[in-house]
Design a protein around this ligand. Structure first.
Ligand SMILES: NC(=O)c1ccc[n+]([C@@H]2O[C@H](COP(=O)([O-])OP(=O)(O)OC[C@H]3O[C@@H](n4cnc5c(N)ncnc54)[C@H](OP(=O)(O)O)[C@@H]3O)[C@@H](O)[C@H]2O)c1
Length: 273
């Protein structure tokens, strides 16, 4: 289910890009929150976009807005990334050597409303599929064409929760943290830059979708989504392999590595109902 929105334009936007073809970024989860902002900032930098998530109407709306605002081409791929066949269609897009993707942003994700044993195992499986299987498989597909071209970048949106014992969500993000850390070193010599972003609690639709109010987390701990994305892209430009937006979360991530699990678990109800 692939469609073009906004059409192709001969106008080459700013960002100091050359007059050649524009680079292409594929962003998962661009209809809300962090992904919406990644899509905006990358379009502003002159990237054509491939936008991937489930909500076709919202995808078309975002594609139309970004194509109009920045004169870039926005391709829409409707896919539920927890569905292996639909995920496969996104992998195929990344493997398309005729229309290579220069930057992959693995961002789509959700949290579960209840704790581990209160969820069905199928809900836990879908959660693992969106947070681990999808970014792993999309990274695999992207790396195949990027290493061949000796050029490309991947940004994995993980979480500070991956440094803490906070249920299956943090376990999945811990995978992504370690995976990204390893892959960044492994493929640097092949011309591919990989960075992992570890946001803390950020004002997006994420907690709303979990029916969690803003009061479930102290005000001091909420981050602004624009700041997270702008800091992440600045870190990517600077060649960093890990981006932890805000000093307070850099401290939390560092301290978390050294505290006993029993102590950290006392805080696991933060950000939950
Ligand atoms: N917000 C936070 O506090 C926070 C903190 C740390 C890390 N993160 C991480 O940041 C990333 C983005 O989250 P966000 O806060 O921006 O959340 P959000 O505002 O709820 O946006 C989530 C995006 O993911 C897409 N998505 C959800 N399920 C999907 C599925 N099955 N298949 C395809 N797309 C799907 C949604 O699009 P559709 O509904 O159109 O499918 C939406 O575009 C996630 O990986 C999250 O774990 C968030």
């Amino acid at each position: 289910m692939r469609r073009l929105a906004g059409g192709m334009s001969s106008h080459v936007p700013d960002a100091g890009e050359s007059a050649g073809p524009r680079p292409v970024a594929l962003v998962t989860g661009p209809t809300a929150g962090l992904g919406r902002l990644f899509a905006d900032r990358l379009a502003r930098r002159g990237y054509d976009l491939v936008l991937v998530s489930r909500d076709e109407a919202r995808l078309n709306e975002v594609a139309g807005e970004l194509a109009a605002a920045y004169a870039v081409s926005c391709e829409v791929l409707v896919a539920d990334l927890t569905d292996r066949a639909q995920l496969g269609a996104v992998e195929d897009r990344l493997l398309d050597r005729g229309h290579p993707v220069d930057l992959l942003v693995n961002n789509a994700g959700f949290g579960l409303k209840r704790t581990f044993l209160h969820n069905t195992v199928e809900q836990e499986q879908a959660h693992l599929d969106i947070l681990v299987t999808a970014p792993m498989r999309l990274t695999h597909a992207a790396l195949r064409q990027m290493t061949e071209r000796h050029s490309g970048g991947i940004i994995n949106v993980s979480s500070v929760a991956g440094t803490q014992p906070r249920g299956s969500y943090s376990a999945a993000k811990a995978y992504l943290n370690r995976f990204g850390e390893w892959a960044a070193h492994e493929y640097a010599g092949a011309g591919v830059r990989i960075m992992t972003v570890l946001p803390g609690f950020t004002r997006t639709e994420f907690h709303e979708r979990m029916d969690v109010g803003r009061d479930a987390v102290p005000r001091l701990l909420w981050l602004d989504a624009e700041r997270v994305v702008d800091d992440a892209l600045a870190d990517f430009d600077a060649g960093r392999r890990i981006s932890i937006p805000s000093k307070r979360y850099r401290v939390i991530a560092t301290v978390s590595k050294h505290l006993p699990v029993a102590l950290l678990q006392r805080f696991q109800s933060l950000g939950r109902r």
